[in-house]
Design a protein around this ligand. Structure first.
Ligand SMILES: [Zn+2]
Ligand SMILES: [Zn+2]
Length: 432
């Protein structure tokens, strides 16, 4: 036997490992899931208004024999399947679309519009792939019913509202989620991600997403005539100085080895060229990779804004008002041991070639940690599923999340997502 023959044997064995009874079953079920995906893609709903999506998920789960608890955190729901003694696993999928006008030209492109919570009529699109998540959730629901003799315990499938607005997880917990359905021992979640090739599952033992906080600084000045600025205190000038000074927090206060981000996304101030306004407003997003840096940034922003106003001669009773919105998201960090356990189980079923290591290329955030950072915390694993055909990754011709052109390879990513999540669930609910 020569070396080539040995190599050939190794390849055919690993191919055998990839084609499993589970992947065959998912293949056979895909025509059902495809129709479901097309339905969800064409019928997206805005954050906290996912009523029809929630209805459809409840119907799918009830028909499979799951007991469904509804209206948790407004549109949130949990389907529960009890299967003897054992651990309880929660699998979370977010349900919301975005106020984006779809321009993919797909036959199933969304034409949906919805009046948002502020009363404005908006186009709606699944421009982040949450339609893939909820379709896969039902795919997993279907497999776990079929495989009931291979696991023991309780499975909770959770449809979460308003991930995009970063308030849905918090709303469900505040609405007594765990008092109502019980507390899980573990939690899993996933996101389809366009920057990774379809056909790959993406893992990290630790950080998955940065924290995100919204800070508003209302700079208060003293109004005056534009031709007599010395009689006032100009909030537009002070606000501009604050915008620049905030960036020095990143370069001079945070370690150069520590990622941190402050973006002043909106700056409103003034009404006319010849009027010194009495206030200006800065809306800021703040991102960090650790809770320590997150706290440091928020503290420094307050100091820089206050002292910049003082330096400009703003009286003590008119110093800036600084508020941190309470819908901020913590860092999403996997439980390292659980992450390794889940990845090993998935690799055993899908072959290690299907896995790539996670890398960070932006400071996106998630509100999944709000579901698990309870007291005591629920060990959790969040993984990603590649969404773009590899040839498009190679040429860079893919649209990012939240773009009107966002488009994933639904078939590959749903099949991979269902298989990985089912393998993770079977591992965590393996008979004691
Ligand atoms: Zn998104
Ligand atoms: Zn998303």
């Amino acid at each position: 036997m020569n070396l080539l023959a040995v190599t050939g044997l190794a390849i055919s064995l690993s191919d055998l490992a990839v084609a499993s009874p589970l992947s065959d079953a998912i293949e056979a079920d895909y025509s059902y899931l495809e129709k479901l995906f097309q339905h969800f893609h064409a019928n997206p709903e805005l954050s906290m208004q996912e009523t029809k999506t929630s209805d459809r998920l409840a119907k799918e789960m009830s028909e499979l024999g799951y007991e469904v608890a509804r209206n948790i955190g407004k549109t949130g729901l949990v389907g529960i399947l009890e299967n003897g003694n054992g651990s309880t696993l929660l699998i979370r999928a977010d349900m919301d679309g975005l106020p984006v006008l779809e321009k993919t030209g797909l036959a199933i492109a969304s034409k949906a519009r919805q009046v948002n919570l502020e009363g404005e009529d908006m186009p709606v699109m699944h421009a982040c792939g949450h339609d893939m998540h909820i379709t896969s959730l039902i795919g997993v629901a279907r497999r776990m019913v079929e495989l009931k003799d291979q696991w023991q315990g309780t499975l909770m499938l959770l449809g979460q509202p308003a991930e995009e607005a970063l308030g849905g997880a918090k709303a469900m917990v505040a609405d007594r989620l765990y008092e109502r359905v019980g507390r899980p021992d573990f939690a899993l979640a996933m996101h389809v991600i366009a920057k990774y090739p379809a056909g790959k599952i993406v893992f990290n033992d630790g950080l998955m997403y940065s924290s995100a906080d919204t800070v508003r600084i209302t700079v208060r000045g003293i109004a005056a005539h534009g031709a007599a600025p010395h009689l006032g205190r100009d909030p537009v000038l002070i606000g501009s100085q604050i915008v620049l000074a905030l960036q020095s927090i990143i370069t001079r206060e945070v370690s150069p080895l520590e990622p941190a981000l402050i973006t002043v996304g909106a700056f409103r101030g003034g009404t006319a060229p010849n009027v010194i306004a009495d206030h200006a407003q800065l809306d800021i997003t703040v991102r960090a990779n650790t809770e320590k840096t997150r706290a440091q940034l928020l503290k420094s922003i307050e100091r820089v804004a206050t002292q910049t106003a003082r330096a400009a001669g703003v009286p003590e009773n008119l110093l800036p008002i600084i508020t941190v919105a309470d819908d901020g998201a913590p860092t999403t960090i996997n439980d390292a041991a659980l992450s390794r356990r889940v990845r090993e189980a998935m690799e055993a079923g899908m072959g290690s070639d299907a896995f790539v290591d996670w890398y960070q290329s932006d400071m996106g955030a998630e509100d999944f940690p709000d579901l698990v950072n309870v007291d005591p915390p629920i060990p959790s694993v969040y993984f990603e599923v590649g969404g773009t055909p590899p040839d498009q990754i190679a040429t860079g011709s893919w649209a990012s999340h939240h773009s009107p052109l966002f488009q994933i390879d639904a078939e590959t990513s749903i099949k991979m997502g269902v298989e990985a999540m089912t393998l993770g669930a079977l591992e965590l609910l393996s008979a004691p």
